[in-house]
Design a protein around this ligand. Structure first.
Ligand code: FMN
Length: 349
């Protein structure tokens, strides 16, 4: 079953931090999928430049934005103290690479307004959001501009809020997903495995709560995984980790190699790198900083010099090696080969 909305059942997830390059998104399109560019961490000008590049190649695409959590910006004194304590706990790592830690940065909203303005001036077909919901006026303006809006949710409760806010489609993200969790309500259970055991089960739970098209995300690594979420009612599957090692992915070679390395034996949800829960391969940094407080993006900025120095030194132990639970199946292949595998052998295609 090919989704009428996307013209495909495979969406390549937006992957901020360098993975979802224009070339990657173009190659996903040419191979029969839809790709999303990732605006996270970028300036609005860099986001617009990516859009121009993909457009000039004639590929339909989506754009993904991080929604700033206003409660994390300019936090109260108690939270600042926790962040300062965490900053001190990073000093050994900073010394290891001879880098200094920056002062706390508490005002970064990822150029939110500039990005919304750019998308209103030059609308794209699909805009997806993670970490929260845009304001009602922003939702209405983007829709008037002609964009279809996708909101990332991790539970039925978040799904209800997103639909009430006006989301046209939901990206239902299971805890098995690599990278940041899009959760914006406090989890109901333990953070590493809250709620339904599988992506298909989460999708079923969300489907009973809302009546909009659902895109399934988390741990989908092959055509059987795609079939399972389509059978549960998804209109398409959004895959990240399955594409991380692809030739066209802009992920660092060190990240790609780590996903293939037998030195790593598991993934874990961690706030150590950014102050927001994200699933990563368990390395020394994840083990050493299991107590990281909540504080996105303050902690993202604090750890940036350590991560950059680790990458430059070729040291995977202090780099954020985002990975979903299916990471062992991520193949170092060209995108068309990965896409062919995802589209082949499906009982539902
Ligand atoms: C390296 C990496 C970066 C990601 N960056 C983003 C992002 O910028 N925006 C977003 O909405 N999701 C992001 N995600 C999450 C994906 O959208 C998706 O939920 C996830 O990859 C699905 O799980 P999987 O990795 O098991 O396929 C990222 C995932 C990875 C692995």
């Amino acid at each position: 079953m090919t989704s009428a909305i996307f013209g495909t059942r495979i969406i390549a997830a937006p992957m901020a931090g360098g993975t979802s390059t224009p070339r990657f998104v173009e190659s996903v399109h040419l191979a029969g999928g839809v790709g999303f560019l990732a605006a996270g961490y970028k300036t609005a000008a860099a986001m617009e430049s990516d859009m121009r590049e993909v457009r000039s190649a004639g590929a339909p695409f989506g754009m993904n934005l991080f929604v700033p959590d206003r409660s994390q910006l300019d936090p109260p004194a108690g939270v600042r103290r926790q962040l300062e304590d965490y900053r001190r706990s990073l000093e050994t790592d900073a010394r290891r690479y001879g880098v200094s830690l920056p002062a706390l940065r508490l005002d970064d909203d990822d150029a939110w307004r500039d990005k919304i303005d750019a998308l209103l001036a030059d609308p794209v077909e699909f805009v997806s959001f993670t970490f929260g919901l845009p304001e009602p006026a922003e939702v209405q303006a983007l829709k008037r501009a002609g964009s279809t809006l996708l909101a990332t949710v991790t539970s039925a409760a978040e799904a209800l809020l997103a639909v009430e806010r006006g989301a046209d489609i939901l990206v239902v993200q299971h805890w098995s997903a690599g990278g940041h969790s899009g959760a914006f309500l406090a989890p109901a259970g333990p953070t590493d495995s809250p709620g339904p055991a599988t992506t298909a089960e989460l999708l079923t739970a969300v489907r009973t709560a809302v009546d909009v098209p659902l895109v399934a995300a988390g741990g989908i690594m092959d055509s059987a995984g795609v079939d399972a979420v389509l059978a549960a009612g998804a209109t398409a599957a959004q895959l990240g980790t399955a594409f991380l090692r692809s030739d066209e992915s802009g992920a660092r070679q060190l990240h790609k190699d780590s996903l293939a390395s037998r030195d790593f034996s598991g993934t874990r949800m961690t706030r150590a790198f950014t102050g927001r829960q994200a699933r990563a391969l368990v390395n020394a940094f994840v083990r050493d900083h299991g107590d990281a407080p909540e504080g996105y993006p303050a902690i993202h900025h604090l750890t940036a010099p350590i991560r950059a120095a680790a990458a430059a030194a070729g040291d995977p132990e202090r780099l954020n090696l985002w990975a979903g639970t299916g990471w062992r199946q991520a193949a170092a292949r060209p995108v068309p080969v990965i896409m062919a595998g995802l589209l082949a052998g499906s009982s539902l295609s």
